[in-house]
Design a protein around this ligand. Structure first.
Ligand code: HEC
Length: 235
């Protein structure tokens, strides 16, 4: 009995000491959170395992619609170019500041086949503590499935086919049109999302020039933004 108590006390003391060490290391900032300092291998392995299981368990509950629909693939293409290619690249496209600088690195989705349900879940909810945003905040499910349909096609496309599909997609619909229309206007009677297309956190670099909103009077003959947005910037 006495012995059991002593062992228990010793174990508790050891546990406390270990926790103290960890707390001390955290306090002294031993772990480098810089995106240019990769995780140690064990930390990376644990995080990757946790992410994969978390997504897989949630994606299991989704029912995947038919994704070989050409209209879906086409709709997804314009949105992909506008909202995703800056991080996830596209056929014939050189790495960008974002694709190079983020850690964990955004996978090159033109070079990898994704699982449909897992991709849908990831696009809708994003991934914590990575650059991957939760697009479900601004995009309806149907438009997210369009993106998934496009992602399933993407690895098979070359640069010309990619650009062609983007050009035929009708541009960046953002999947929000129906969505935004349902939103109440704000006090000034403006749509509550006046810059519908400006909220993509990572347009490809070339888009900055496009979107550096010129004064409205500058170019009266400018085509509607939606259309120019859809053209591949082709790098
Ligand atoms: C700002 C950069 C950024 C943007 C923009 C972005 N993503 Fe991501 N995405 C990431 C990062 C980083 C990861 C990896 C996260 C991780 O490994 O924890 C990721 C992961 C993913 C994955 C999981 C891939 C896999 O096989 O593990 C999919 C699918 C995906 N993104 C699709 C999209 C789509 C579609 C869009 C556009 C609507 C998009 N992403 C926009 C950064 C981005």
């Amino acid at each position: 009995m006495n012995k059991t108590i002593r062992t228990t006390l010793r174990l508790s003391a050891a546990t406390l000491a270990a926790l103290g060490l960890v707390a001390g290391a955290l306090w002294w900032g031993v772990y480098d959170v810089g995106a240019d300092a990769p995780h140690t291998r064990p930390v990376y392995a644990v995080l990757e395992f946790a992410r994969e299981r978390s997504v897989a368990m949630r994606a299991m509950q989704l029912s995947v619609p038919a994704l070989d629909d050409e209209a879906r693939v086409r709709n997804g293409a314009g949105n992909y170019q506008a909202m995703c290619a800056g991080c996830h690249l596209a056929p014939g496209m050189a790495p960008t500041e974002l694709s190079r600088g983020l850690y964990p690195a955004p996978p090159n989705l033109s070079a990898r086949q994704v699982d449909a349900a897992a991709a849908f879940w990831t696009i809708k909810h994003g991934i914590k503590a990575s650059g991957m945003p939760a697009w479900g905040a601004s995009m309806g499910d149907e438009h997210i499935w369009d993106l998934v349909a496009f992602l399933r096609r993407l690895p098979a496309l070359d640069a010309v086919q990619y650009r062609d599909l983007v050009a035929r997609s009708g541009g960046h619909s953002h999947g929000g049109d129906d969505h935004h229309a349902a939103m109440p206007p704000d006090a000034a009677g403006q749509p509550s999302h006046p810059q519908g297309e400006h909220d993509a956190p990572a347009p490809p670099a070339a888009d900055h020039h496009h979107e550096a909103a010129p004064p409205p009077s500058a170019e009266p003959a400018a085509p509607p933004r939606n259309r120019e947005h859809g053209h591949a910037h082709g790098h």
